[in-house]
Design a protein around this ligand. Structure first.
Ligand code: UDP
Length: 153
């Protein structure tokens, strides 16, 4: 058990389908803490960096076309075992096979357009957070407002 940070993306299909709030809400409701958040266009160069292990695969050209088609929302999320917690919540890659109750299983019918990305290891999380966020964009803050302590004004 360790507090981890992970890189999550709402992919272009999630933004175009107006599912940003729904997907963010599922991660937040689970208890993951958002420590970075932004909307951006993924360039072909960024796509090649992010998906470096897939660049030579036959599906890569279409994946690059998809991921660069329109903006994504990048989320840095923190929590105990955040990497595996988020991966479990996402479900398996192919939306048609992903288990009901998972984000992909409930909301996607595609192997490529599967709504979300989540880092799959601590090494990948570090590498991907570095790609999408500068150090200044990752925030440290405490959950210390009085609403957590007692009712108040
Ligand atoms: N992908 C694809 N065709 C495939 C396998 C993967 O288009 O046959 C896409 C899909 O969007 C997937 C991404 O490439 O999410 C990265 O693939 P990976 O195997 O790392 O899946 P993930 O970790 O996202 O479940």
């Amino acid at each position: 058990m360790a507090v981890e940070r992970t890189l999550l993306l709402v992919k272009p299909d999630g933004v175009q389908r107006r599912l940003v709030g729904t997907i963010l809400s599922r991660f937040e409701s689970k208890g993951l803490k958002i420590v970075g958040l932004k909307m951006l266009n993924v360039t072909p160069e960024l796509a090649r960096k992010h998906y470096e292990e897939h660049v030579e695969k036959p599906f890569y050209p279409l994946l690059e076309e998809f991921i660069t088609a329109s903006p994504v929302v990048a989320i840095a999320a923190e929590g105990v075992d955040a990497i595996s917690v988020a991966r479990t919540m996402m479900g398996s890659t192919n939306g048609r096979e992903a288990a009901p109750g998972t984000i992909r299983g409930d909301l996607s019918q595609s192997r490529q357009m599967n709504l979300v990305h989540g880092s799959d290891s601590p090494e990948a999380a570090k590498r991907e957070l570095d790609i999408y966020f500068s150090a200044a964009e990752l925030l440290d803050y405490d959950l210390n407002l009085s609403v957590y302590l007692a009712a108040g004004d």
